[in-house]
Structure formats: structure tokens, C-alpha cells
Ligand binder design. Structure first.
Ligand code: ATP
Ligand code: MG
Length: 237
């Protein structure tokens, strides 16, 4: 089912999920949000995750990135058994390896744009964090907004800071939840270009949640969720 994005040697599997389930809430209020997901993603693959609102896309991303723990099932990400790691170990496993653009951007309100991007770099022990952060912000068209606080930025600008922050450490795995959802067409496509260019440069695996068919078509593979299950999984021929 997986399709390596190039036709050289078969790529290694970076994500392997078996019968992943996620139940949130307790007792009467319990909702089974992921109902048995099987998914293998090859290194370097670009994958679009589609599906109706409420189908479980963001929840699946939370589990695959270790932000949320699956209720049951088996999950290996970049060689780590995510079902066996505790919260601290998951955070450690993510650092510098998994770049995440959340649907709500989660910028730190007390930090400027450049500080939001530089801080995770510093935490990952990367030198020249501020310079790198400035370059990343320039790449998403925000060179003129470096010292603005999130509250002083538009929704689309905040989204671009979140993207710069996610990719600044050049992680081998990038997840983005509707990264162009708040952007006009031209800003959206230039931000897409930033993501795909970075993928080209680093060979990163790129998983993008989107409602945008055009963006999905740029990916090697399109996976559609429906009601907590994979409804279709199509690789580009
Ligand atoms: N903390 C929670 N407790 C209970 N149910 C939740 C919780 N978080 C999400 N859900 C439910 O899980 C389902 C899947 O949500 P999720 O955010 O993954 O959907 P999505 O596919 O990303 O939708 P959208 O396209 O609107 O972003 C929804 O029905 C949502 O109401
Ligand atoms: Mg969502």
C-alpha cells in the first residue's frame, strides 16, 4: 500500500500503525474517535490526509506525533515504539525530529515571532537559533514581522510563523494540519512551496491534512478518513 516517493531503493517505513484506536471521554460520554487505523508511511513520502470535518484527521495526527496516546494498538514512529514511551520520552522523541503545524497555531503569546521560532531550536541545541529563525520567517514572507507578537499578527501570518517553527530544525518528519486553511490563494501556494521545497532539500516525510484537492494532488499519496477509519488510500501512479 505504501509508495516510496522515488523509484530508487525501497524506502524504510517511518510510521507503522496497527489497529490504532483512540477513545476520548469516560463512561456514557466515551467516544471512539479512531476505530482501528492501519497505516504505513515510507520515508520521504508526501501524504495528504483528507476527510470530512470530524472524521478524525487531527486526532490521528495527534496520535502519530505522540501528542496524544492511542487507547490501544501499535505505533512505531522513526524506530521508536510510541505505545511504550511515557509523556517525557515522547516529547524527547519529537524534539528536532518531528515538526508539527497544529490546526490552532499554539504560538506563545508572550514571545515575538522570531522568539517563537527560535525557542524550539534552542531547546534542540541548535546553534545560531535566532539567525536560523529569521531566515525561516523570511522564507514564509514574514521578514518584516520578526519582532511582532502573535496578537499583532493576522491569522494567516500566525499560521506562517507556526510553519516556520515546525520546519526550522529541518525535521525528518513534518506534519501540518490544514497549513493553508487561513491563507489567500497566492500566500497559500507560496507557503505550500516552502513546505515542498524543504521536503526536497531534506528528504523529509510530509503529512498534510487538507480540504484542498489541489494541495492533495501535489502529494504522492492520498489517504481519506471517514468516521475514524481509513476509507481510501491511493498512491499516485
Ligand atoms: N477531547 C475530545 N473529547 C471528545 N471528543 C472529541 C475530543 N476531541 C475531538 N473529539 C471528537 O472527535 C472527532 C474527530 O475530531 P478531529 O478534530 O480529529 O476531526 P477532524 O477530522 O480533524 O475535523 P476538522 O476537519 O473539522 O478539523 C470529532 O467528532 C470531535 O468532536
Ligand atoms: Mg482537524
Amino acid at each position: 500500500m505504501t509508495s516510496p516517493s522515488n523509484n530508487s531503493a525501497p524506502s524504510e517505513t517511518v510510521i507503522s500503525a496497527r489497529d490504532l484506536r483512540l477513545t476520548l471521554g469516560e463512561g456514557e460520554a466515551a467516544v471512539e474517535i479512531l476505530r482501528g487505523i492501519d497505516l504505513d508511511v515510507a520515508a520521504g513520502e508526501t501524504l495528504a490526509l483528507l476527510g470530512p470535518s470530524g472524521s478524525g484527521k487531527s486526532s490521528l495526527m495527534s496520535v502519530l506525533t505522540g501528542l496524544e496516546r492511542a487507547t490501544s494498538g501499535k505505533l512505531t514512529v522513526a524506530g521508536e515504539d510510541f505505545t511504550a514511551l511515557d509523556e517525557d520520552a515522547l516529547a524527547q522523541a519529537r524534539r528536532g525530529r518531528i515538526g508539527i503545524v497544529l490546526q490552532a497555531f499554539h504560538l506563545l503569546p508572550t514571545m515575538t515571532a522570531v522568539e517563537n521560532v527560535a525557542t524550539p531550536l534552542e531547546l534542540a541545541g541548535i546553534r545560531g537559533a535566532t539567525e536560523r529563525a529569521s531566515e525561516e520567517l523570511e522564507a514564509v514572507g514574514l521578514g518584516h514581522r520578526l519582532t511582532h507578537y502573535p496578537a499583532q499578527l493576522s491569522g494567516g501570518e500566525q499560521q506562517r510563523v507556526a510553519i516556520a517553527r515546525a520546519i526550522a530544525s529541518r525535521p525528518p518528519l513534518i506534519f501540518a494540519d490544514e497549513p493553508t486553511g487561513n491563507l489567500d490563494t497566492s500566500t497559500g501556494s507560496s507557503v505550500e512551496d516552502v513546505l515542498f521545497r524543504r521536503r526536497e532539500e531534506t528528504g523529509a516525510t510530509l503529512i498534510i491534512i487538507t480540504h484542498d484537492r489541489k494541495l492533495a494532488e501535489r502529494c504522492d499519496r492520498v489517504v481519506t478518513l471517514g468516521d475514524g477509519l481509513i476509507a481510501s488510500d491511493t498512491a499516485k501512479s
